[in-house]
Design a protein around this ligand. Structure first.
Ligand code: HEC
Length: 188
């Protein structure tokens, strides 16, 4: 093999590497969730303010849960759940502690874990734990339910909260379907 041929091979290898790296960079730029200036989805009652100029980073509340769930990592959510284990178990049939056992909580009726004594506010709230409700409750419990006795500051980081809710979802006999991220993904 002469050196001209070797050079050609080296060039081909280099081009292949650059192409792979380039495609990787482009796809990251395209799909990276932090590239979103505004949430892809808006939920009624949850306001996310996008100010003119877009320089303000002031936080007005939780980001919508759908895009967070789509990008979420269940494994990282298990890490975030360590903030909860001083008060909650989440294994199936686990005991109630300061707070109720949380197995199967996503989609479950609120305030209904057997043998647990809820605050009157939680006991009387009614309804089920939807993704949206958990998103607000876990962002700041007393914003969702002022009388709750869950003395917890909340998980303010949107990515952490998305990961956490994805983890809660999986601790279930039959996990609730994920919400649809954007209307375009509904096509069959
Ligand atoms: C300091 C203790 C404490 C910590 C920490 C805590 N909780 Fe709670 N949690 C409670 C208590 C107490 C209640 C019952 C609230 C009530 O009755 O108003 C509760 C209730 C709940 C409920 C409603 C349960 C039901 O059956 O309706 C959910 C969901 C929940 N907690 C999730 C979490 C998650 C997730 C974390 C971690 C990010 C967490 N909690 C951290 C004490 C805690």
């Amino acid at each position: 093999m002469d050196s001209f041929e070797l050079n050609k091979i080296a060039a081909a290898v280099l081009i292949a590497l650059l192409t792979v790296k380039g495609a990787d960079l482009i796809s990251r730029a395209l799909i990276h969730p932090e590239m979103l200036k505004e949430p892809a989805y808006k939920i009624e009652g949850v306001s996310v303010t996008a100010q003119a100029g877009g320089t303000s980073t002031e936080k007005k509340g939780p980001l919508p849960i759908e895009p967070l769930l789509v990008a979420a990592s269940v494994d990282k959510g298990a890490e975030v759940f360590k903030k909860c284990t001083s008060c909650h178990t989440i294994d199936k049939g686990g005991p109630n502690r300061v707070g109720p056992n949380l197995y199967g909580i996503v989609g479950a009726e609120r305030g209904k874990k057997e043998g647990y004594s809820y605050s009157p506010a939680m006991a009387n709230k009614g309804g089920t734990w939807t993704y949206e409700d958990l998103n607000i409750y876990l962002y700041k419990p007393r914003d969702f339910l002022s009388g709750t006795k869950m003395a917890f500051v909340g998980v303010k980081d949107d990515k952490d909260r998305g990961d956490l809710i994805a983890y809660l979802r999986m601790q279930n006999d039959s996990p609730l379907p994920l919400p649809t991220a954007s209307p375009s993904q509904e096509s069959k």
